[in-house]
Design a protein around this ligand. Structure first.
Ligand code: NAD
Length: 353
């Protein structure tokens, strides 16, 4: 018999090509009339130009968002929020920029409009990861969930193909773990299966033609689904390992997810027959582990931790950390099996159970 609890997260979502034109309306909808624009330095000009063209009521621009939301960056952005007297923020970018908006909301309750330009999914979650003196902590709070989100495919066209595919696999990881999460439910399982199917079909199309609006739009739709799954269910071994590896060795976020996902799925497969059935459907009837490994290869995503900056002598330390603080996973984790998993991922070997 099924047994589950379901709680929907409140958020206003506008999806579609050209939907950035509704930015002013979304700022007003969250109760704002003076917005602080947030972005990375790399996206600064684009963010400012797009928001100006959309007539957004921007009273200041903080373009210092970086990965992992360091506290010192948040403090500088807070000062800017106060100096400008802004009553809302527009977080224009991927998980790094959206994380900064969440960090401001945690401290001030300022309403956020997130304009998502990657597939990471942070805009749909009440989760915030922050770093203080290099130490990353994660918390879950309804205060940090953005009140409104805009998904406009036009804003994703500048995402380079190599970042697009790893970001897409980062999204897929949320869906895969959402399928077998301890607190999963039928709604999330429907979303997760659909998301994997859409990503598996469209990520290869983006590598062939990065300007393909249809493939980009479908991928963004899947990313939205994956973000909702991430925000609504607890994650397991895959996300735990990526958190450890990223935090300890400063590995790039999306690339780490790309490398680990086939290995984490292969490890958990024997314990999650329902999820494997859903994934088999999503991969058009093929074996999910082989299909995922083939997809990673086909779209040119990294397959070995050693290729993205992990030191070989980090394998043992990562295995220690993976069993240090117990956390839920569908298959019991012991140090030797997790060490073997990390070693295979380090070397780029075939995923095994
Ligand atoms: P990111 O936000 O760091 O962006 C990667 C790079 O791409 C940046 O230089 C950015 O300026 C650039 N960029 C983004 N969109 C672009 C576009 N459309 N065109 C051109 N360049 C673009 O990357 P990310 O993978 O989206 O986010 C990673 C961060 O988000 C990590 O810190 C991760 O921990 C966090 N995250 C948090 C959650 C959550 O729920 N709290 C979920 C996913 C990721």
């Amino acid at each position: 018999m099924r047994a589950f609890a379901y709680e929907g997260l409140p958020a206003r979502v506008v999806f579609g090509q050209g939907s950035i034109a509704r930015l002013r309306e979304m700022v007003a909808a969250v109760g704002g009339s003076r917005a602080l624009l947030l972005s990375t330095a790399r996206q600064a000009d684009n963010a400012a130009g797009v928001c100006a063209a959309a007539g957004a009521p921007v009273v200041g621009h903080f373009a210092g968002a970086i990965m992992h939301t360091p506290i010192e960056v948040t403090e500088r952005a807070l000062a800017e929020l106060e100096r400008t007297g802004a009553d809302s923020v527009i977080s224009f970018g991927g998980g790094s920029t959206i994380g900064l908006g969440k960090a401001l909301a945690l401290r001030t309750d300022v309403p956020q409009v997130a304009v998502a330009t990657t597939y990471a999914g942070s805009e749909m979650t009440p989760v915030l990861g922050e770093t203080d003196a290099g130490r990353k902590t994660t918390q879950r709070s309804p205060r940090v969930l953005p009140e409104a989100v805009i998904y406009d495919v036009d804003l994703t066209l500048g995402l380079r193909p190599e970042i697009s595919v790893t970001s897409g696999l980062n999204a897929m990881a949320h869906a895969v773990e959402g399928l077998y999460a301890r607190d999963t439910n039928p709604v999330m399982q429907l979303m997760a299966e659909e998301a994997v199917r859409v990503l598996a079909h469209n990520l290869p199309l983006i590598t062939v033609n990065p300007a393909c609006i249809e493939a980009r739009s479908e991928t963004l739709y899947a990313a939205w689904l994956c973000g909702m799954v991430l925000g609504s269910t607890g994650m397991a071994l895959h996300h735990k390992l990526c958190h450890i590896l990223g935090g300890t060795f400063d590995l790039p976020h999306a690339e780490t997810h790309s490398v680990i996902l086939p290995h984490a799925l292969a490890f958990n497969a024997p314990a999650v027959p329902h999820a494997m059935t859903a994934l088999t459907r999503a991969f058009d009837g093929s074996d999910p582990i082989a299909s995922l490994a083939a997809l990673v290869h086909r779209i040119g995503a990294p397959t070995a931790l050693r290729d993205i900056g992990m030191p070989q002598d980090g394998i043992e330390a990562a295995a220690d950390q993976a069993v240090e603080n117990p956390y839920w996973n569908p298959r019991k984790i012991d140090r030797e099996s997790v060490r073997l998993l990390i070693e295979r991922a380090y070397l780029g070997k075939k995923p095994e159970a």
